[in-house]
Design a protein around this ligand. Structure first.
Ligand SMILES: Cc1cc2nc3c(=O)[nH]c(=O)nc-3n(C[C@H](O)[C@H](O)[C@H](O)COP(=O)(O)OP(=O)(O)OC[C@H]3O[C@@H](n4cnc5c(N)ncnc54)[C@H](O)[C@@H]3O)c2cc1C
Length: 492
């Protein structure tokens, strides 16, 4: 693994000063906190033991949503806040990365809900969302939106709107925003000890000391492990729930996702995502360390069976992956647990941030700043790199419209920067793999400007090459912390 120039610069800077804030963990929560802290004038260091977004933050359902099920749990505040965040992300923060998506909610004769109950819920949800799209849709319209919708036993369908994103790139955009304001950000850098006004960080076989006035632990499933670095007697504070997704061929011509109810609380989704179908998810308590989780055949089978309740003829399965939800400790089924955020202070004053959603990461980051004592926190949404100037993009080279919109989605107004080297080297306009719109110019850009160090970083989190379902070429360099991507071919 070559150490890229960006990494070398960050490593020099990590050790050269005392920071206002050290953020441990480069998932969406750590990245969001680094973005917000740097925007408030703080000097920030962020270290991530794997690649940025290599754990939960590239293994979500990719939805920026209010969360219909929280409504059922009576949590109107959570739903309203999430909708506010969805609007901020779609309109200001990352309009290139967060896109509106209608959802069809089919109601079958033998389904778990009474149709009036769902329609009332959807109306309330849409009111909280301030969305116009809601209510009942005809079977004909539902089929236009979801051509493979199963219609046997279909009583009626409801329609509502949320949004989808590329979670890995949303995390990266926050990392980049922080770095552009001077933050020292480094992947493949693991905190191994905490105390004495800083932390020891293991990087490429050596240990360096990072000094900081405040430390935030944003390590998701590893939260308690890092808390114990500060205080070996810290009691467990979280539980983990495993959620598996399957990626399958399909989705052409789909204008909506499908929300499938399985019992009074649980739903699963079939989502047209990046030119494929994303199916899931499961929700099973995971006991043991995060590294011991994996996708089982049963997980994949359950997901396919649950999708088949409402969707016909799902295509070849290309991949499956898992993520671990962090739930505040306590009794009760994981599906019923609230996805709230909990802040705790350790004996040495480290602030640990547990739980929350991708959707509300900005709010969680701003709350974390308040917990750190930052006064007059500015809660107004700020555009991430690539979000401004989307209307007037000067493309340096000719591209197919579909490739153009793909690049616009991933990079926003930075897309011309990605393509610029192709003026001298047209081979950079060739696809990385056949069947995906990602270009070789993106591979180069990822390694030079986006901290990618391995093929896997490029394929899985900088581009969408992994969706081709090709064999991963560089698995030996996966960090322990990566949520493994399993390649599954032709699963029935
Ligand atoms: C299956 C599933 C589906 C979901 N779907 C959605 C959804 O559709 N919409 C939504 O809003 N939310 C969703 N969520 C929730 C959302 O994905 C998470 O809340 C979010 O990604 C958590 O981010 P994080 O930064 O806390 O954790 P992570 O992304 O796990 O980041 C923690 C990071 O800390 C690093 N780390 C650990 N130890 C160390 C150390 N010692 N030193 C340095 N770094 C360290 C890890 O490598 C890791 O990258 C979903 C979650 C799951 C599991």
């Amino acid at each position: 693994m070559d150490e890229p120039a960006l990494g070398r610069i960050a490593l020099d800077r990590l050790t050269s000063r005392r920071f206002d804030l050290l953020v441990i963990g480069g998932g969406i929560i750590g990245a969001g906190i680094a973005e917000a802290a740097s925007a408030h004038g703080m000097t920030v260091a962020l270290v991530e033991r794997g690649d940025f977004a290599s754990a939960t933050s590239s293994a979500s359902s990719k939805l920026i949503h209010g969360g219909l099920r929280y409504l059922q749990m009576g949590d109107f505040r959570l739903v309203r806040e999430a909708h506010e965040e969805r609007r901020a992300l779609m309109n200001v923060v990352a309009p290139h990365l967060v896109h509106r998506l209608p959802f069809v909610f089919p109601l079958y004769e033998d389904g778990p809900h009474r149709p009036w109950f769902v329609r009332t819920g959807v109306l309330l949800y849409s009111a909280l969302a301030r969305a116009r799209l809601n209510g009942r849709v005809s079977e004909k319209r539902a089929l236009r939106l979801v051509p493979q919708l199963r219609t046997e036993g279909l009583h009626s369908s409801a329609l509502y709107a949320d949004a989808w994103t590329n979670d890995g790139r949303l995390t990266l955009a926050n990392i980049r925003a922080a770095a552009e304001r001077g933050a020292a950000v480094l992947n493949y850098a693991e905190v191994v000890a905490i105390g004495g006004g800083g932390a020891d960080v293991a990087v490429d076989g050596e240990t360096v000391r990072v000094q900081a006035r405040s430390i935030v632990n944003a390590t998701g499933p590893w939260l308690d492990r890092v808390r114990r670095l500060e205080d070996p007697s810290a009691a467990p504070s979280i539980r983990l729930s495993k959620g598996v997704h399957v990626v399958a061929d399909g989705g052409e011509g789909w204008g909506a996702a499908v929300t499938i109810p399985h019992d009074k609380v649980r739903v699963s989704f079939v989502i047209p995502w990046e030119g494929k179908l994303l199916l899931g998810t499961t929700d099973t308590l995971h006991e043991g360390s995060p590294e011991e989780a994996y996708v089982t055949d049963d997980d994949v089978q359950t997901i396919l069976e649950e999708a088949a309740v409402a969707v016909r003829d799902v295509g070849t399965v290309r991949a499956s992956f898992y993520g671990l939800r962090v739930l505040p400790g306590g009794p009760g089924a994981t599906a019923n647990a609230r996805r709230e955020t909990v802040f705790t202070r350790g004996t040495g004053e480290m602030l640990s941030v547990a739980g929350g959603k991708l959707t509300t990461y900005r709010r969680i980051a701003l709350d974390a700043l308040e917990q750190l004592g930052v006064r007059n926190v500015d809660r107004r949404p700020r555009p991430l790199p690539g979000a401004a100037g989307l209307a007037r993009i000067d493309w340096p080279v000719e591209l197919e419209p579909s490739t153009r919109s793909h690049l616009l989605h991933l990079y926003g107004s930075l897309a011309p920067e990605v393509l610029a080297p192709a003026l001298d080297d047209p081979s950079l306009l060739e696809p990385i793999v056949t069947g995906r719109p990602d270009l070789r110019a993106q591979d180069r850009y990822a390694r030079e400007y986006e901290w990618a160090r391995t093929d896997e970083d490029v394929r899985r989190r900088r581009t969408t090459v992994w969706l081709a379902g090709e064999q991963v070429s560089d698995t030996s360099s996966w960090p322990d912390s990566a949520a493994p991507l399993q390649q599954v071919s032709d699963t029935p």
